[in-house]
Design a protein around this ligand. Structure first.
Ligand SMILES: [Zn+2]
Length: 293
C-alpha cells in the first residue's frame, strides 16, 4: 500500500499527516505555527519529511498561492506567506517525489473524490474564509488554465468601491469572504469595529442588524452562485471554509436555480473541514503520479 506525507501550508499554521490512496489517515494530524521566513518553512518541511521518508512513497503539499501546471512550484508569492516562499525548491526537500497544489484546488479535489461531490464530474468548490478560493472540476479534470492559476474569484459583482485584496475594487471576494461579512457588519451595526463574529453571534440572538448584514452578505453569495452556475454548468456547488456552516442552502439553491440559464445544480456544505487541503493534495498526487499506482 502506497502512502504519502501530506502538508497543508497556510499563513498561520502548517499541518501534516500520512495518508494512503484510499484517503485514510495513518497518523494524527500534527500542527505547527508557520515560521516567519521562507528558509524557516523549508527547514520545517525538510526536518518533518526526514522523519517519515523511509515509510512514505511521496510528499504532497497543499499551499496558499497559485501552483504551476507541473505541480512543482508556486507562480506568485502568496500575500500571507513570507517573501521568498514562492521560490521554494519543493522537490529539493525530499528524495521521494514531491507534488504541490493550491489549497483551494486541493480542497475541491477532496470533495470530488471522497466528499460532498463524490462522483460528480462537474463540481465547483468555493472556500469562504478570510478570502475566497475556488476548486473547479470540469469533466473530471481539475481546471488549471495555461499557467495553473485558473479559478481566481476576482471579478466585479457590485459597485460600492469596496477594495479587494487583489488591488481591484468590488470583486466577489470582497463581498462573500469573512472580510466581506465584516464590511456588512460595520454598515449594519454602524460601528467601525464590528466584525463577522458580531454578525454570527447576533444571528443566534435574532438581532435585526445582524440579520440585515447576513442577508446582504448571502445576497452577494447568491450572485456569485448564479455566475458560477452559468459559467461552468456544474452538477454541484460545494461551500467550504469557516462561513459555509451558516449558509441557508435550500433557500439559495432554489433561488439560484430559478435564475440560471443552465440546468439546476445542487448546493451543499463540504464534508471535509480543516483536513481538506492535505487530503485533496494527497489524493490528487495519487491520481496524477504514475509511480504511485
Ligand atoms: Zn479581487
Amino acid at each position: 500500500m502506497k502512502k504519502i506525507l501530506s502538508f497543508d501550508i497556510g499563513g498561520t499554521k502548517i499541518a501534516y499527516a500520512v495518508i494512503n490512496d484510499k484517503g485514510e489517515f495513518f497518523t494524527k494530524v500534527s500542527k505547527q505555527s508557520t515560521p516567519k521566513t521562507a528558509e524557516g518553512i523549508a527547514a520545517l518541511l525538510r526536518e518533518t519529511i526526514s522523519k517519515y521518508e523511509q515509510e512514505i512513497d511521496g510528499v504532497a503539499i497543499s499551499t496558499a498561492g497559485a501552483v504551476n501546471n507541473a505541480n512543482t512550484g508556486i507562480i506568485n508569492n502568496p500575500g500571507n506567506l513570507p517573501e521568498g516562499y514562492g521560490q521554494t525548491d519543493f522537490q529539493g526537500l525530499s528524495s521521494k517525489p514531491v507534488f504541490v497544489e493550491n489549497d483551494a484546488n486541493s480542497a475541491g479535489w477532496a470533495e470530488y473524490v471522497l466528499g460532498a461531490a463524490k462522483g460528480m464530474r462537474n463540481t465547483v468548490v468555493l472556500t469562504l474564509g478570510t478570502g475566497v478560493g475556488a476548486g473547479i472540476i470540469i469533466d473530471g479534470c481539475l481546471l488549471k488554465g495555461k499557467s495553473g492559476g485558473a479559478g481566481e474569484m476576482h471579478f466585479k459583482i457590485d459597485c460600492q468601491h469596496r477594495m479587494c485584496t487583489c488591488g481591484l475594487e468590488d470583486c466577489l471576494e470582497a463581498y462573500v469572504s469573512g472580510n466581506g461579512l465584516a464590511a456588512e457588519a460595520r454598515i449594519s451595526f454602524a460601528d467601525k469595529n464590528a466584525t463577522s463574529y458580531d454578525v454570527i453571534e447576533g444571528l443566534k440572538n435574532n438581532n435585526p442588524a445582524a440579520r440585515e448584514a447576513f442577508d446582504r452578505w448571502q445576497g452577494h453569495l447568491l450572485d456569485g452562485l448564479i455566475a458560477v452556475g452559468n459559467l461552468f454548468d456544474p452538477e454541484i456547488v460545494v461551500l467550504s471554509g469557516s462561513l459555509a456552516q451558516f449558509v441557508e442552502y435550500e433557500k439559495l439553491e432554489k433561488i439560484a436555480n430559478e435564475r440560471i440559464l443552465t440546468e439546476p445544480f445542487k448546493l451543499r456544505e463540504a464534508v471535509f473541514k480543516n483536513d481538506a487541503g492535505m487530503l485533496g493534495a494527497a489524493m490528487l498526487m495519487f491520481h496524477k503520479n504514475n509511480t504511485l499506482k
